[in-house]
Write a protein that binds this ligand. Structure first.
Ligand code: FES
Length: 161
């Protein structure tokens, strides 16, 4: 259950929207930040707050790359697999990340620290191949810079999301 102040803020966000759909992604993202991922309870709360049906919210939550309907690790790595990044070695970067993390795309490391996800264009095409870790953009990323970044994060303790 979300705290009363968060619930009130999200209800205000929904009430200020011309259409509840306009606020739905913001509400889902806030609930995801609270729970770590969009649990069934979060989806029920989003339906109550926005007045949208569970199906409408499910469609949103499973469409957007940055919304997670399954548990994720503490740091989510989004590696772009759209055209500019693909042209600049994105698939090789993905293979490097899989090797460095010891998991396949879509999986979470056994220690729960990282989840590796392919994603659509991050809007950082000029720095292809690009990726994001915990909402921070990086690019162009080589196997070496990816290794250095992961090492830094593993050794750095808390990393703001
Ligand atoms: S194609 Fe990768 S950031 Fe745009």
């Amino acid at each position: 259950m979300i705290p009363a102040d968060l619930k009130a803020a999200l209800e205000r966000r929904a009430a200020d929207a011309l259409n509840p759909r306009e606020a739905a992604v913001d509400v889902l993202k806030s609930l995801q930040t609270h729970y770590g991922w969009l649990t069934d309870q979060a989806m029920d709360e989003a339906a109550c707050i926005t007045g949208l049906s569970p199906l409408q919210l499910e469609e949103l939550a499973t469409f957007y790359d940055m919304l997670y309907r399954r548990p994720v690790g503490r740091h989510v790595i989004h590696a772009c697999d759209s055209i500019s990044c693909w042209n600049m070695g994105g698939s090789s970067l993905m293979r490097s990340l899989e090797m460095l993390l010891g998991v396949a795309a879509g999986e979470t490391t056994p220690d729960g620290l990282f989840t590796l996800l392919p994603c659509s264009c991050l809007g950082n095409c000029g720095a292809a191949p690009a990726m994001m870790i915990s909402n921070r953009p990086y690019g162009p990323v080589t196997a070496e810079t990816a290794a250095a970044l992961l090492k830094e994060i593993r050794g750095s303790g808390p990393f703001p999301s």
